[in-house]
Design a protein around this ligand. Structure first.
Ligand code: URA
Length: 209
């Protein structure tokens, strides 16, 4: 699959196994997602440009590397995206944050935006869109369509788990946008859940079921 990176570091795989276990508590689930998200952020920002700035150490001066350009914007697809957002912010505390909320109209099945809040100067920022589960791909596809309209410098999509169906749907609509995931599972079930998966990510993060 072109433009899809599976970040299969042993630490990530181990933590993901703990998350899949139905006996893992919401507290541990959140904590594990936070830890994995830090590692995902580390990988997904690997190609960020740096520039050099003259600094003084206690001993001498040196041209020291710093992240170049305007701060990255992390965009969470509500609500489960917030679980990834927290970990990414631990690693990139200066990042700007946006949120997008969509629901599916039960009659038309079209994704309807109910919330969008982004920081200013999007056109000068790299954007990382996060949602733990790329299942049918419907919400990710719709969210990215909307976010593209704001014309960020670049967009990457990061999830925890992807289904092959979700990756195909996403790539059909957004072939130019790189997808990063910790694992690609087998398939979707009849209700659009990822198998073997980990259940409903939002419910497991927030203990709503
Ligand atoms: N959303 C989830 O939270 N879990 C799935 O398996 C699919 C979509």
């Amino acid at each position: 699959m072109e433009n899809v990176t599976v970040i299969d570091h042993p630490l990530i795989q181990h933590k993901l196994t703990l998350m899949r276990d139905q006996n893992t508590s919401s507290y541990d689930f959140r904590q594990l997602l936070r830890e994995i998200s830090m590692l995902l952020a580390y990988e997904v920002t690997r190609d960020f440009p740096i520039s050099y700035e003259e600094i003084e150490t206690p001993l001498t001066t040196m041209p020291a590397p710093k992240l170049d350009g305007k701060k990255v914007v992390l965009v969470s697809i509500l609500r489960a995206g917030n679980g990834i957002l927290d970990g990414m912010l631990d690693l990139i505390p200066a990042a700007k944050v946006g949120h997008i909320g969509l629901y599916r109209d039960p009659k038309t099945l079209v994704a309807v935006e109910y919330y969008l809040k982004l920081p200013p100067h999007i056109e000068d920022r790299d954007m990382i869109v996060v949602d733990p589960m790329l299942a049918t791909g419907n919400s990710a596809v719709a969210a990215v369509h909307r976010l593209r309209e704001t014309q960020p410098k670049s967009i990457k999509f990061v999830c925890l788990l992807a289904a092959p169906e979700g990756i195909s749907a996403f790539q059909n609509e957004h072939p130019d946008i790189p997808v990063f995931t910790a694992a690609i599972d087998e398939k979707l079930n009849d209700h659009g859940y990822i198998l073997p998966g980990l259940g409903d990510a939002g419910d497991r993060i927030y203990g709503t079921r």
